[in-house]
Ligand binder design. Structure first.
Ligand SMILES: *Cc1c(COP(=O)(O)O)cnc(C)c1O
Length: 370
């Protein structure tokens, strides 16, 4: 068997007719930017997330950049995020001219540990960016409480967690703004690049709407220097079709994760842990092993045709481009440990039972043969 960590072919088959029809409609209309598909998608996503506003942009990375700019974060400021995440969470902070300040994760959920945040706050701190890693929300209430007390803005990095729940709320609806990514591999994926900012704050929404078209609200009039960051009509049309299926797909991810949990429980590995208030969406299904075992387990799976990856093998405080920030190995124990002891394999909605059974049997064989 050959099981890639993700393939979108099976999903496309189930929605091919609808997607092709939707794309053809855009072709017939010949309106490609800021048209009716986008405004409808924005309404639908805002409704789904439970926010008043949603503003589409060109990527999830841009969504964080635009949100930071709207929050007034810029040169001389600091923003706090975790080092155990995809690069964009920190990159966006650097891109607006501010300084990323890292704080460690909770080793159980791999999301920001609220107890560590306060000692990272300085007079320059303007924002906190919790990351809803692998599809579950960071523990938002204490984060929002700290931010409120210290006058900081909270921007949720929801790139991996579209549709995730926290105490009856949806990811993106809890902070001042939520940054969504519709990169093809995410929970809700376009057929190219796309992202969105969701918020309840009209001023933030209006500013992001301006920033995405060169800081302009009235054509050829520029009240600020912005970006070219539109979500195009073709992507919006695809995403609108997929919105009709998203809850079914997230349910399938949860079902698959539960199946793995049920059949791997007795092995000497740490299964994904779900925070008390969370509805996980399993963007990734991630196992933690003894650090000494990780490479051998991953090789054993690879040799069996099962693709496996560590998200993420080098925490951001140890990246070459951030040498200047002055961090060193040992600064963030749990992020570093996770980068050396975790691996993910397929959990996508269309995965077949016999494929999961094969992955399970391969893992069982690894431990039985020792
Ligand atoms: C994918 C991702 C992003 C960036 O999204 P793009 O749409 O690829 O720009 C940001 N943060 C996290 C945690 C991600 O996984």
């Amino acid at each position: 068997m050959n099981i890639p960590i993700l393939t979108l072919k099976g999903q496309y088959k189930t929605i091919k007719k609808e997607v092709n029809r939707a794309v053809r409609k855009v072709m017939d209309r010949q309106i490609f930017a800021l048209g009716e598909e986008l405004s409808s998608l924005e309404e639908e996503v805002a409704g789904y997330c439970g926010t008043k506003y949603a503003v589409g942009c060109a990527s999830g990375t841009d969504a964080i950049v635009l949100a930071l700019r709207a929050a007034g974060v810029g040169p001389g400021d600091e923003a706090i995020t975790v080092p155990f995440t995809f690069f964009s969470s920190a990159e966006a902070i650097s891109l607006v001219g501010a300084k990323p300040v890292f704080t460690d994760i909770d080793p159980r959920t791999y999301t920001m540990d609220p107890a560590q945040i306060e000692k990272k706050i300085t007079g320059r701190t303007k924002a906190i960016i919790p990351v809803h890693l692998y599809g579950q929300c960071a523990d938002m209430d204490p984060i929002i409480r700290i931010a409120g007390k210290r006058g900081l803005k909270v921007i949720e990095d929801c790139a991996q967690a579209f549709g995730a729940g926290y105490k009856n709320r949806k990811s993106g609806s809890m902070g001042d703004m939520g940054a969504l990514s519709f990169f093809p591999s995410k929970n809700l994926g376009a057929y190219g690049e796309a992202g969105m900012v969701v918020t309840d704050d009209k001023k933030f929404a209006d500013t992001v709407r301006m920033l995405r078209v060169h800081g302009s609200a009235v054509r050829y009039m520029h009240s600020m220097v912005g970006y070219n960051s539109r979500l195009d009509e073709m992507q919006a049309a695809v995403l609108r079709v997929k919105m009709r299926y998203i809850d079914r797909w997230l349910e399938a991810r949860r079902r698959n994760a539960q199946y793995y949990n049920d059949h791997l429980r007795d092995l000497p590995v740490t299964l994904p842990s779900v925070g008390e208030y969370n509805v996980h969406t399993y963007h990734q299904y991630v196992l933690k092993t003894e650090t000494a075992d990780l490479k051998r387990i991953m090789k054993f799976l690879t040799d069996g045709g099962i693709e496996t990856r560590t998200y993420y093998p080098v925490p951001l405080h140890l990246q070459e481009c951030y040498k200047g920030l002055g961090y060193k190995r040992g600064d963030f124990k749990f992020s570093e440990e996770a980068s050396l002891s975790t691996c993910a394999f397929a959990v996508y909605p269309e995965l077949k039972k016999k494929e999961m059974d094969y992955i399970i049997s391969r893992l069982r064989k690894f431990f039985n043969s020792r």
